[in-house]
Design a protein around this ligand. Structure first.
Ligand code: GLN
Length: 251
């Protein structure tokens, strides 16, 4: 399944966040080491969202985003354009499409809207019916029309809908994971959600690790290097992080 990553902290180039480390997200696209499913690589596109470093005259807005349906290793933007883009918050993902789901840029996380970026590493068993049971008021057909026809994109449509209605992000992600686990056993629900100031991450069926240091916080499906400060997150947990603080609670 996909690999994803979030960074909050001192300004750095988007490219650096993708390629830094002996086991960067870039490398995890073709040589992941902890997939916990049948997939062996993440070659079905990729995406990144970032909150730009604020200039002196303008407050940082965002996120901006870039997504492509080709493997990240074949994309010159990584080694060229994105080296010139600096950000204080970054969410990125490399995708291994679930069997039966389309390969398209639109289907690649992170999905963005209204200041949020969202990524899903995993699968929703019995999608779309099981997801529709979580949100009976939102017709499946509307989800399919407004987003890519994948479990992750329709889950984002629902999460986005709830955030717009004023849901607390941590409560929302906890509820989504808990209820989907009950209604769709066998689902894998490693989620990432950021507004550029904080990152929320869940573990449900896939690997996740966190590294917190003076420069900020990095949350990734697999540690991007051999630094002993990487902390593996147990399954069925929620991570809530800012650049200054990381809290980990059981779901
Ligand atoms: N099910 C999602 C998709 O097909 C996520 C896949 C994954 O995590 N590998 O896009």
């Amino acid at each position: 399944m996909c690999r994803h990553l979030a960074y909050l902290g001192a300004p750095r180039s988007v490219s650096h966040a993708l390629t830094d480390g002996t086991h960067s997200l870039f490398e995890q696209s073709w040589a992941p080491t902890d997939m916990r499913c049948d997939a062996v690589m993440n070659a079905d596109g990729w995406g990144v969202a970032w909150w730009p470093q604020a200039s002196s005259a303008h407050a940082a807005a965002g996120p901006d985003a870039y997504r492509d349906e080709h493997p990240i290793w074949s994309d010159p933007a990584v080694r060229h354009t994105l080296t010139h883009v600096r950000a204080t918050a970054i969410v990125a993902a490399v995708r291994s499409a679930t069997v039966g789901m389309p390969i398209s840029a639109q289907a690649c996380a992170p999905f963005t809207d209204d200041g949020w970026a969202f990524s899903h590493n995993g699968v929703i068993a019995g999608w779309p019916q099981t997801l529709a049971r979580l949100a009976p008021d939102v017709p499946v057909t509307e989800w399919m029309r407004t987003s890519a026809p994948t479990d992750s994109a329709t889950l984002w449509t629902y999460v986005r809908h709830e955030l717009a209605a004023g849901a607390d992000p941590a409560t929302l992600l906890s509820r989504v994971v808990t209820e989907l686990c009950a209604q769709a056993p066998g689902s894998r629900l490693n989620l990432l959600l950021s507004d550029g100031d904080s990152v929320l991450a869940t573990t449900c069926g896939h690997s996740l690790s966190v590294r917190h240091d003076a420069d900020g916080v990095l949350i990734a499906s697999e540690p991007t290097d051999g630094d002993p400060r990487w902390q593996p997150i147990d399954d069925h947990h929620l991570v809530v992080a800012t650049s200054a603080r990381v809290e980990i609670t059981a779901l």
